[in-house]
Design a protein. Sequence first.
Length: 289
Amino acid sequence: MIETLTLIADSPFDFHAVRTSHGWHRLAPFHDDDSGVLLRWLQLADGTIVRLDLAEAPNGVHLTIESSAPLHGDRRAEIVAAVRWMLGLDLDLREFYALAAEEPRLRQAVAQRAGRLLRSPTLFEDVVKTILTTNTTWAQTKAMNRRLVETLGVGLDGARAFPTPAALAAADEGTWSALRLGYRAAYLRELAERVAAGALDLEALKTGDLETRALIAELKRIKGIGDYAAATIAAILGRYDRIGMDSIARDLVSRHFYGGEPVTPAQIQAAFERFGSYRFLAYWFWDWD
DNA sequence: TTCCAGGGGTAGA
DNA sequence: TCTACCCATGGA
């Protein structure tokens, strides 16, 4: 069963800018072959697996849904909500664009209508993936994530959705070992068990009820989430106050702002101080060339 | 062999 | 709050 919809975004919006906003479009169960269509497999609350094809539309996105089960109202609503969340269709970034318009190094971002960050349907998936980016290379992040999806995700025509917390929590020792996640396995296992048991409600953090400081503190209570990961996840949640200091940020800010001298976390924040609560976006979409 | 990659936990000060 | 030291994995 195939159905198509067009979803309209808060303006300004550009589908390709969100699609390529960071590395997530290269991580399963997203699939991007650079043809302009972003594929994604999604497991709905009732277990139904759907394939989503996302493509550019005027001020929005064309969504093609392929499902083995009928798309009654609840399923369709769940899919639409997931897509709106993933692409940040309802984000209002006018304040960021106003700041960016005054900065030559952000003119390109403004012209490209960049600013939104691609998100996963669940915060669980974003937290898992962020932990998989820590202290490793991007190549390994992709490989670890792929093994996780292929081993524990539920499939449709060979492709698989991102595994649920319950699926991770139920995996045995041998399965975890075969995933070759290094010491991160223990973090993901504990996370999955807490979420699956209802002891940790990650989805509740999407509501925006917490102040940024409290949100960061809450995220850092998760083992495996430190300053860098918390700042990254906060940005995914629309809180851009802090810049996550990883090796890339250290290198870029050091070379472009501090003459190649080693930089502290405070110096990285200071370099983008004038962007206030949009520091992360200014840093992320900065034209470093 | 050693280092380190989109870091983080822990102990000890 | 700051500093060592440790942590699995795989590529350079």
